[in-house]
Design a protein. Structure first.
Length: 255
């Protein structure tokens, strides 16, 4: 027990050193991909009909593609460690991360006046059915938020990889809206939503929420969806991180 506590305090000390160097060094972001079970799509049958990709292949294409585009956007301002770049090397780390995560369906925070969402104790709108989270209709927009169960997870990852920020891709939603009629005929549109949470090295929730984008209903190529639309979402999430860090720095300077 004493050895475990000693190890924890050493890791925590490393985290404090990292926090102190925020303004002195280029930050390093770890991108944690969504778990395969957290992929929700209403259009896979359309993708399959056009590309002949299986559901598993479609899921893995989006899983890797989302990480790739986030990595490409974040590299403009940060060093990046993408845990899907070498699945053999990071397999144990991913398993450990997923094991020490839990998810809560929280209200989507206002990005113009960001405050980390609090998980409500009363969760009557959620039930578990066949091992899956079933969410009842709620008038307030909500998102899948990642919560860290183990106090040594983030310090341990920092000690191993020197990553100061941790971007968790929690869930991907692809929904199809009803057909829209206009002067050129009938068209449909789809909505792609990324649920995410960003933690600092001291396990503080820096930013979280959803990033969504509409795209045409006739685009059924995962690679095109990723390159044309997920890339824009990566740019927006990068902007949010920079803004959140600037606010953290401003608040620290006022103390």
């Amino acid at each position: 027990m004493k050895i475990a506590l000693h190890k924890y305090f050493i890791l925590f000390f490393y985290c404090l050193l990292s926090l102190a160097s925020y303004s002195q060094t280029k930050l390093k972001v770890m991108i944690v991909p969504f778990e395969p079970k957290m992929y929700m799509s209403q259009i896979d049958h359309k993708i399959n009909a056009e590309t002949k990709l299986t559901q598993k292949q479609i899921k893995e294409t989006f899983r890797k593609g989302v990480n790739d585009e986030l990595s490409r956007s974040l590299k403009k301002n940060f060093e990046v460690l993408d845990l899907l770049k070498d699945t053999t090397k990071y397999k144990k780390d991913l398993f450990s991360i997923y094991k020490n995560l839990t998810y809560s369906y929280d209200k989507v925070p206002d990005q113009n006046n960001y405050k980390a969402p609090t998980t409500e104790k009363d969760k009557k709108n959620q039930t578990i059915k066949n091992g899956q989270l079933i969410v009842e209709t709620d008038p307030n927009a909500r998102f899948m938020n990642a919560k860290i169960k183990s106090p040594v997870l983030i310090p341990g990852l920092y000690a191993k990889y020197k990553t100061n920020l941790f971007l968790f891709v929690n869930q991907i939603d692809i929904s199809s809206n009803a057909a829209i009629s206009n002067e050129t005929g009938t068209t449909s549109e789809r909505i792609l939503i990324i649920h995410y949470t960003i933690y600092t090295v001291d396990a503080k929730e820096l930013n979280s929420g959803t990033c969504s984008l509409k795209f045409p209903g006739d685009v059924n190529s995962p690679s095109k969806i990723i390159s044309s639309y997920v890339s824009k979402m990566g740019t927006e999430i990068n902007r949010r991180i920079i803004l959140a860090l600037a606010k953290e720095k401003e608040a620290a300077e006022k103390k």
